[in-house]
Design a protein around this ligand. Structure first.
Ligand code: HEM
Length: 432
């Protein structure tokens, strides 16, 4: 007995030493999305996390961090997780502000109706109603309109010899496209742009109460605007998404008015900054890889592959979150029911177990099942639209200005830990 105990203790010691070493190295290896270095370039830390501690404890909040492709994919497809409880948190914030005579009423009420915060069965019903409006066939019909918007934007700068890819092209494009899809009149474009610039902040995890109040005001104003537009479309339906959603609402009342308004607003929240970042990050990656850039200029037909590689290489949405519904065993760890999981899409897309030479930008990569649009039931609703916009914007830009050059070596990333995108991307080119 004694001997067995001793042996057990000895084994325990060995295991403990082993664990202590692992813990030390895990301590040294910290996932900290607020760290400046990580923000500038998260990929070296992702690399270490995947190989040293793929199911990592986030030191700030005891959340779990997943970085390997297989784990990320499995958790997104798992029925044992639900979305992050953002609506409940917003409700608490609202109650807090109400005690001070302020409120977040509009945001609080709308957030329960945003698809990406919803869970089955409500998510399944609402998504089923809007998914048809974003089918690849509908998006194909939008291509000439997207091309026209890109041509108009580039027409405004073609004689200047210099442009900011973000403010002159990437940023105005998606708001205009989503506005047109919904059937929002052209006169409202400037207003839409201002609203979108505020709304996307909701996707970040560091939003101050003051910022939430600003988002709340935008939601109030946007809802008011949309209510009037819906009333017009009820009388006089058009070939647009609002009219399609009204038809869905009237069919057995399966879509409430609140859900209809929230869905329209959600499209601007989710569809603007993500697309801006795809075009911005993609152009930066190409300008930093002149060989690849040259290949794309000479063979514009590879644009579909090229955009998939861009999405993989520097993913515009770096992470998402879920809450475990019950205990989940993953990589020798147990994630307890109720714990939060940070799912690093940007890391999964650089996992060498899935992508050969993942740190290389290779526009001719053939096997490219990246997770830039997520996976499972919340897979991006606007993926076809985002792809079409990025393909048209990047190809047109390169065909019109084939000698495009970076005009600055000091580029800054936006202060957002979920979405990865540049503040500006100045370039020069020969005038046409
Ligand atoms: C390249 C640009 C885009 C990227 C990288 C992107 C990425 C994503 C990702 C990763 C998710 C899943 C989030 C999660 O699982 O928690 C998502 C969901 C979503 N995306 Fe996108 N997105 C893009 C463009 C768009 C566009 C243009 C629209 C619409 C106009 C859109 C609408 C949505 C919606 C509505 C959801 C929620 C779907 C649901 O919860 O069922 N996205 N997107």
């Amino acid at each position: 007995m004694e001997t067995i105990n001793n042996t057990n203790n000895m084994n325990k010691d060995i295991i403990n030493t082993d664990n202590t070493q692992k813990l030390r190295s895990a301590k040294a290896l910290k996932f900290n999305p607020f760290d400046k270095e990580f923000h500038a370039n998260p990929y070296p830390i992702y690399h270490r996390l995947r190989s040293e501690d793929p199911v990592h404890r986030y030191f700030l909040e005891d959340d779990w961090v997943l970085t390997r492709y297989a784990d990320v994919k499995a958790i997104l497809r798992s029925g044992r997780v639900r979305t992050h409880n953002q609506p409940e948190l917003l409700q608490l914030k609202n109650q807090y502000l109400q005690n001070q005579g302020k409120n977040l009423n509009a945001l609080d009420h709308a957030s329960n109706k945003f698809l990406f915060y919803m869970n089955p069965p409500d998510h399944t019903r609402l998504r089923g109603l809007v998914v048809k409006a974003f089918s690849p066939a509908v998006v194909e019909r939008m291509r000439p309109c997207i091309q026209q918007i890109v041509n108009d934007l580039l027409g405004q700068i073609q004689s200047k010899g210099t442009m900011d890819v973000i403010t002159d092209l990437a940023s105005p494009l998606p708001v205009t496209v989503i506005g047109k899809m919904l059937g929002i009149p052209n006169e409202a474009q400037d207003q839409l742009h201002q609203w979108s610039n505020v709304l996307f902040r909701i996707l970040d995890s560091l939003v101050s109460l003051e910022e939430y109040e600003v988002i709340n005001k935008v939601i109030e104003d946007f809802q008011e605007y949309l209510r009037n537009l819906v009333a017009e479309r009820e009388k006089d339906p058009q070939e647009d998404l609002i009219s399609t959603l009204i038809a869905a609402r009237e069919e057995n009342e399966r879509l409430s008015q609140e859900e209809l308004l929230a869905t329209c607003i959600l499209l601007f929240m989710t569809g603007e900054e993500t697309t801006v970042n795809t075009i911005g990050n993609g152009m930066l990656a190409l300008l930093n890889h002149p060989e690849q850039l040259k290949t794309l200029i000479q063979e514009p037909t590879i644009i579909q592959n090229a955009v998939e590689e861009i999405l993989r290489y520097d993913s515009p949405v770096q992470m998402t979150t879920r809450i475990a519904i019950d205990n989940i065993e993953i990589g020798n760890q147990t994630i307890q029911a109720g714990e939060k999981i940070i799912i690093c899409l940007g890391s999964a897309n650089r996992d060498p177990a899935q992508f050969p030479n993942p740190e290389q930008l290779n526009l001719n990569r053939t096997e490219n099942n990246h997770l830039a649009f997520g996976d499972g039931i919340h897979y991006c609703l606007g993926s076809a639209l985002a792809r079409a916009q990025a393909q048209i914007a990047i190809n047109t830009l390169l065909q019109q200005f084939p000698d495009l050059k970076l005009a600055s070596d000091k580029l800054e990333w936006r202060k957002n830990i979920v979405l990865r995108g540049l503040k500006t991307l100045p370039v020069t080119f020969t005038c046409r």
